[in-house]
Design a binder for this molecule. Structure first.
Ligand code: C5P
Length: 283
């Protein structure tokens, strides 16, 4: 029986705009996504039948509600082949954090099962399958630097922005993405990201221009509720970050640093028992 090990990377947003609410309850977005080095490990093993999910984190459910389980179940239903799968997740990406950790695990299950069982799924079909599992899954399948539109599934590849130093801070609570979208008042948003400006800065690899212009409209919901996030953003800037923003629906906040040594000294200074801190970089 076959075995495959994959790295499931976290993402941060360099921008996040919400354009409108759709009739299906989802929202049309326009956002720049960026993969970071922080990753889970996903181990896939063919077993005679069934879907087993095992995870070393107490925050991750292992039943049918697990998004990685959903991805496997979708492939068994669509491709009707006789096997089962054991999915072991070594969790390093914080859960319910705005970092697409669960979506990335699910993306790894789709990619890994495609290889393990020689399903021959092409890129377009993989994206369509990913979208059925979750809005961020198509991006997680692809990774790198990308503009995401639609519900997050229409992707335009951008020049790869690798090697940027990032400090990521995750307060010790989670935030529910549906709750954030439900409480978003589109009529009250006045400060939207200029995605064209961010994209041009990415093309020029102008880190300062990217960092200074990052905006996430979901901050209007999450930050008023959790004041600590504003405190973290201010701290990161005081410690030398070129810019700081919440990722996705939060509560993770990150800062972008010009070089490794300034990121390292800020990382030593920002450690606290109120949050988990990660020193990482874009990939
Ligand atoms: O697709 P996924 O399950 O990751 O989305 C979680 C929730 O986030 C959705 O149920 C929806 O409430 C909200 N969402 C949204 N518009 C998007 C993506 C997510 O409203 N484009």
């Amino acid at each position: 029986m076959g075995f495959i090990e994959l790295k499931a990377y976290a993402k941060i947003n360099l921008s996040l705009d919400v354009l409108c609410k759709r009739p299906d309850g989802y929202h049309d977005l326009k956002m720049v996504m960026q993969t970071i080095e922080l990753h889970d490990k996903v181990f896939l093993e063919a077993i005679p039948k069934g879907i087993e999910v095992l995870c070393n984190s107490k925050w991750v459910p292992c039943g049918e509600e697990n998004i990685a389980h959903k991805a496997a179940s979708l492939l068994f239903n669509e491709y009707k082949f006789k096997s089962g799968i054991r999915i072991k997740i070594e969790k390093n990406i914080p859960v319910a954090a705005g970092l697409a950790g669960g979506s990335s695990d699910a993306a790894s299950v789709l990619k890994g099962m495609n290889d393990l069982f020689n399903l021959g799924i092409n890129k377009a079909t993989m994206t369509a399958l990913g979208k059925q599992v979750g809005a961020d899954v198509p991006y997680c399948i692809k990774g790198g630097t990308a503009l995401a539109e639609g519900i997050g599934d229409i992707l335009t590849e951008l020049p790869l922005l690798d090697g940027i130093n990032v400090i990521l801070i995750k307060p010790r609570f989670g935030v529910s993405t549906p709750w954030v979208f439900k409480n978003l008042d589109l009529s009250k948003i006045t400060d939207r990201p200029d995605n064209e400006l961010i994209i041009n800065a990415i093309k020029e690899k102008n880190i300062e221009n990217i960092a200074c212009n990052m905006k996430n409209v979901l901050e209007t919901v999450t930050i008023p509720k959790y004041g600590m996030l504003e405190e973290i953003k201010t701290k990161l800037i005081k410690l030398g970050a070129l810019g700081s923003m919440m990722s996705g629906s939060g509560p993770s906040v990150f800062g972008i640093f010009a070089d490794k040594s300034s990121a390292e000294s800020a990382f030593r200074a920002i450690k606290s028992n109120k949050w988990d801190s990660f020193l990482t970089h874009t990939v």
